[in-house]
Design a protein around this ligand. Structure first.
Ligand code: UD1
Length: 431
């Protein structure tokens, strides 16, 4: 039997109380893209001048990255939705483990530090709950540019030999189109001597966004968004003001919220071409979708099962697999979801099952038999995107769910419950 103190601690654990059988309506605003903003912040290390980012989402991951940069000597000032970063002097190229271990994107600092200073020591971010997440491709790319890289005691130590400590342009072919490795090598190559080509590069919109900002800073990058990127190294970069793209994963999550509650909703601003795979699957499911410039109108009707396989962009994004599975749990018929990017990204299945979903898992494939109604439960999120999936499942379920693990949700969704409440949901946060 748990004692009284343990029970009261449990009650105090931060959680959301989510009323089910919600109906949503209206127009919801999408925040700036977390995965773009994080890497754009590290790109500020490449210049002595001021870099101002607009449309910055307010997230704990952004806070974490800002702390890492400040620890390196970067001046940072923030207003709502904006940050100014100035890396006039970088007095520490070795961020401490305590700051980086919770934030994988912190590893991306290695590229700009090597480009600008010719040295960096970054603790390995380590694996995470969804998979091992190696950084071999990042290291291979940096070595090709002339860096000496060793991993000792869990720290990646990289330096550029020679008096000038300058990286040299090179031709790099990635074994897999890693988003982080493409971004790391891109940021290292912009200040290298000579021309670099990256083949089998990641084509994600966040890579394009980074290349666009770097070009605004004076870099010479061509081909970002395609499989081959060419970078002509330049002597130095200057400051810039740059607006982060809308978050395609948040936009997708809100569209799925509409679908799972069978509610018509408008989502804006979006860049429709970033959402093609998701909009296609929602259409296949039975949702009517209309796109007008920066707004998506979704009108869900009967939801029917579809099959999904996660893939690099422009395929269906792994970051929306969990939310979409919540939707498919309520669909008519059978769906098959195959996770191809991460080896351990089906952890939401057991929580969805606790809510009455009928799901069988074999390896990285889940077979989902839709049920007419999910039921509210006490649930715990184990990673960022399962947290979103749990919120969506709870919106549809009968009864009031209690969701713990909010630290995951707050890493990547700005005010999710406030936005959903604005559209008619009834979610209460108990911190
Ligand atoms: C980024 C996103 C993350 C998203 C992922 C895939 C950020 C901050 N995060 O993560 O939200 O889920 O892209 O779209 O932008 N791999 C290797 N060797 C490597 C590097 C990666 O095998 O050296 C593999 C990984 O194990 C994984 C796949 O490549 O299976 C994709 O990883 P990657 O594209 O590197 O993801 P991240 O950049 O970490």
């Amino acid at each position: 039997m748990p004692n009284a103190a343990a029970v009261s601690n449990e009650i105090l654990r931060p959680h959301l109380e989510i009323n089910g059988e919600s109906r949503l309506f209206g127009k919801l605003r999408v925040s700036g893209a977390k995965n773009s903003a994080l890497v754009l912040m590290t790109a500020a290390l490449l210049t002595e001048e001021k870099v101002k980012l607009l449309n910055l989402p307010q997230l704990t991951d952004i806070e974490g990255m800002s702390n890492i940069l400040v620890n390196m000597g970067v001046k940072s000032s923030r207003k709502l939705g904006e940050i100014e970063l100035q890396a006039e002097e970088i007095n520490n190229s070795e961020p401490p483990y305590e700051l980086v271990h919770e934030l994988r994107a912190s590893f991306f600092c290695i590229g700009p530090l090597l480009g600008r200073l010719g040295k960096a020591k970054i603790p390995l971010p380590g694996g995470c709950r969804i998979g091992a997440r190696p950084v071999i491709e990042h290291i291979r790319g940096l070595k090709a540019l002339g860096a000496v890289v060793n991993v000792e005691h869990g720290v990646v130590k990289a330096s550029v030999p020679g008096i000038k400590r300058k990286l040299k342009g090179a031709s790099i072919v990635f074994d897999c189109p890693s988003v982080g490795a493409t971004e790391t090598v891109l940021m290292a190559a912009v200040l290298a001597e000579g021309t670099s080509t990256i083949e089998n590069a990641a084509q994600e919109p966040e890579v394009q966004d980074l290349a666009k900002m770097l070009n605004c800073m004076g870099a010479r990058i061509r081909g970002a968004g395609g499989p081959t990127i060419t970078v002509e190294g330049v002597e130095s970069l200057h400051g810039c003001e740059y607006e982060v793209i809308p978050d395609r994963i948040e936009a997708g999550t809100l569209l799925i919220a509409a679908a799972i509650t069978r509610s018509p909703l408008q989502i804006f601003p979006v860049i429709p071409k970033h959402l093609r795979a998701v909009l296609q699957k929602l259409t296949d499911c039975g949702c009517k979708i209309k796109v007008d410039q920066e707004t998506v109108f979704i009108h869900p009707e009967e939801i029917i099962g579809v099959d999904i396989t996660t893939q690099p962009f422009p395929g269906f994004p792994t970051d929306l697999q969990a939310p979409f599975m919540a939707l498919l749990s309520t669909a008519k018929g059978t769906s098959v979801v195959t996770e191809k990017i991460y080896e351990n990204r089906l952890q939401h299945v057991s929580e969805l099952q606790r809510m009455g979903a009928s799901i069988r898992v074999q390896g990285n494939t889940a077979v989902i038999e839709g049920v007419p109604q999910l039921s509210a439960a006490r649930i715990v999120a184990s990673d960022l995107r399962s947290a979103a999936a749990m919120v969506l499942a709870s919106l549809a379920a009968k009864g009031t769910s209690r969701l713990e693990g909010l630290d995951h949700l707050d890493r990547g969704y700005e005010n999710l419950e406030k936005k959903l409440n604005f559209a008619g949901a009834n979610i209460k946060r108990n911190d």
